[in-house]
Ligand binder design. Structure first.
Ligand code: MN
Length: 283
């Protein structure tokens, strides 16, 4: 298995003066090349304080899982099901929007007052058609509940799926592997994923090599579907997110905060949202 394409992130100004890396969706990839992965936004590291937040006002989602991998800082959320949660460095929030949720994401007051660095990834994973309208749910995965595989002083945290015989804690609606790797300067990690999956490696810090391909920070490699094994090496301390999923083989339409199978279903999502069917956020 090898890297067949390097995808350079687009820079997106997600709020005034705040640029994120957005490698997915990518102009050079079709959805069938990345299914079930729809969108990857890498935010930070950003300096945050009470005058300069990284917060998202209430907004809806339907039809997919929105996963937040927080590497540094703190985040909090609340939603229209009455759910709330708090994330610290290393935690993962696996939110199934399903039939529809309205939520807001921000930093806790204490964190804003002190100021600090925030760094993470938001990943959208499509749901199979038959689960798109399932009930919304949250899986708050604490860092301490994520198994760690050690190779030398490098580590792989298995967040979802079965990887090297270790099962990650996230429950998913289709077969997915998500591994957060931290690789030390001069070391190498042997990796193994199922054949014929769609697999991506996004580099959050430093730079890594897969075979002859160098992937620098903020960019992503698409792996070939053939073969299972590959080696990741690094000439500096680096971090990455390895994603591998069985393609859903269903059409997908993404529009704004919704991911459905047809444009008709997208229109229905907007109608339902306007009619208040996603609920409200209570004070
Ligand atoms: Mn959201």
């Amino acid at each position: 298995m090898k890297a067949i394409r390097i995808i350079k992130s687009q820079k997106q100004e997600i709020m005034p003066g705040r640029f994120i890396n957005a490698p997915l969706p990518a102009a050079e990839l079709n959805y069938d090349d990345t299914s079930p992965f729809v969108l990857l936004h890498h935010f930070g590291p950003f300096e945050i304080n009470y005058l300069n937040k990284f917060a998202f006002e209430p907004h809806p989602h339907r039809g997919f899982d929105a996963v937040t991998f927080l590497f540094d800082g703190e985040m909090q959320h609340r939603d229209s099901t009455g759910g709330t949660g708090h994330l610290s460095a290393g935690d993962v929030q696996w939110m199934t929007a399903g039939s529809g949720i309205l939520h807001e994401e921000s930093q806790p007051e204490g964190f804003l007052k002190q100021g600090g660095v925030i760094h993470g990834i938001q990943l959208w994973i499509n749901l199979p058609r038959k689960y798109k309208m399932s009930s919304p749910r949250y899986q708050d995965i604490a860092s301490g509940n994520i198994p760690v595989i050690e190779t030398g002083s490098s580590t792989e945290r298995v967040i979802a799926g079965e990887y090297k015989g270790i099962r990650g804690p996230a429950e998913t609606y289709s077969p997915i592997i998500a591994v957060h790797g931290k690789i030390k300067n001069g070391q190498a990690i042997k990796s193994e994923i199922p054949e014929y999956n769609n697999s991506l490696v996004y580099v959050t810090l430093g730079s890594i090599s897969i075979g002859d391909s160098l992937i620098t920070g903020g960019n992503m490699a698409q792996l070939s579907g053939e073969g299972k094994e590959f080696e990741i090496s690094a000439a500096e301390d680096s971090e990455y997110l390895l994603l591998s999923g069985k393609p859903l083989g269903e059409p997908a339409v993404q529009y704004g905060p919704f991911v459905m199978n047809t444009m008709g279903e997208i229109k229905q999502a907007f109608l339902d949202y306007r009619e208040g069917k996603f609920g409200i956020l209570r004070d």
